[in-house]
Design a protein around this ligand. Structure first.
Ligand SMILES: Nc1ncnc2c1ncn2[C@@H]1O[C@H](COP(=O)(O)OP(=O)(O)O)[C@@H](O)[C@H]1O
Ligand SMILES: [Mg+2]
Length: 345
């Protein structure tokens, strides 16, 4: 439905976006995730029509929005935009914020505002309030209702939940995903929060320094990241060296099936901590090379264990679900679930 080809943008001499390609399917949810300053907002502003790329092409539903000869202005694109912050007009009541940009009669607009407020689960009484009189979560829904008023085929959301605290954030994220699905609107959401990205997306594009390092499903980018930076950006990871051949990675944790049967030689491999199953070792079986717990950092539901072995070059830190019996000095045995991801050189 929307297709970006070779989008590049410089501010002055500084390249901010380089050769971005992306396809977004109708009614799907794409998340662009990357650290602050990686170019996410710039990309959304280009899609919305508030910024012009230096080169490339943008197509929406078969129509060219941008190429070397074409620039469709923002208000003719059929794209909704919920900006990063200060989304609402502070001097307009909630109802007027939502009605901004509606062109019907007063009566029609009132009916439409009521409809939109219901769609985003806002009590219709709130339309008479000022933005500062409602909560952050409600303000976010008002901004969404205002963008939905234009009946866009694509909705752009720039870190829409970042001002909300954790619980409200998850609930608002879920509600937004559901209402966009219900309205049949495709979305591109931008965030620096990997949990938000993995939870909201059907497709994730990881951006770093203005380039997409990887585009795929959440489970793909999480379990098979292309490189070390991408792996670490998306969550906790155990990364170490291995001798890879014949579809197996030989490493300090033993012989682990590798995700890439073609890979061979000295490689870096990655495991997610939940792949490492740690259990108590019967200490009767005297084993000088046993792995022992050398530190426990208890944080409630999760603990970070430091594991050591005389035959390892360095200790290993693993975040795992807490268990009451863990003690420093305790011997443990490790089992690995699933495949090791072989990282690119
Ligand atoms: N209008 C502008 N003029 C010059 N530099 C800009 C402008 N907008 C953004 N930048 C720079 O472009 C880079 C990417 O910014 P931005 O797209 O806002 O990143 P993100 O949203 O991922 O944090 C940053 O280095 C930022 O300073
Ligand atoms: Mg930004």
């Amino acid at each position: 439905m929307i297709e970006l080809s070779n989008i590049s943008k410089k501010f002055g001499q500084t390249p901010v976006l380089e050769n971005l390609n992306l396809m977004v399917k109708p009614a799907s949810r794409t998340v662009i995730v990357g650290p602050s300053g990686s170019g996410k907002t710039t990309l959304l502003r280009i899609l919305a029509g508030f910024e012009t790329p230096d080169s490339g092409r943008i197509m929406l539903s078969g129509k060219t929005l941008f190429d070397e000869n074409t620039f469709v202005p923002a208000h003719q694109r059929g794209i909704g935009f919920v900006p990063q912050e200060g989304a609402l007009f502070p001097h307009m009541k909630v109802g007027d914020n939502i009605a901004y940009g509606l062109h019907g009669s007063k009566h029609e607009n009132r009916r439409r505002v009521a409809e939109l407020m219901e769609l985003v689960s806002l009590d219709s009484q709130l339309q008479h309030h000022w933005p500062h009189e409602i909560s952050g979560g409600q303000q976010q829904r008002v901004a969404l209702a205002r963008a939905l008023a234009q009946e866009p085929v694509l909705m752009l959301l720039d870190e829409p939940f970042s001002a909300l605290d954790t619980g409200l954030r998850a609930a608002t994220r879920k509600a937004t995903a559901e209402l966009l699905a219900h309205a049949g609107v495709a979305s591109i959401l931008v965030t620096h929060d990997q949990h938000e990205a993995l939870s909201f997306a059907s497709q994730i594009a990881v951006i770093r320094n203005g380039r997409f390092t990887q585009v795929g499903s959440p489970i793909e980018v999480y379990s098979q990241p292309v490189d070390e930076d991408t792996a670490l950006f998306l969550g906790d990871a155990l990364i170490f060296s291995a001798q890879v051949n014949g579809g197996f990675a030989h490493c300090i944790l033993g012989n682990i099936p590798a995700d890439n049967p073609q890979a061979a030689g000295e490689k870096r491999i990655m495991l997610r901590p939940e792949q490492v199953i740690i259990s108590a070792l019967n200490s009767d079986a005297e084993n000088l090379n046993a792995v022992t717990i050398s530190d426990v950092d208890f944080t409630g539901y999760l603990s970070t264990l430091t594991l050591s072995s005389p035959v390892w070059p360095a200790p290993l830190q693993v975040k795992t679900i807490s268990q009451q019996n863990w003690r420093v000095g305790m011997p443990v045995k490790l089992a690995i679930n699933g495949h090791a991801c072989v990282l690119a050189d």
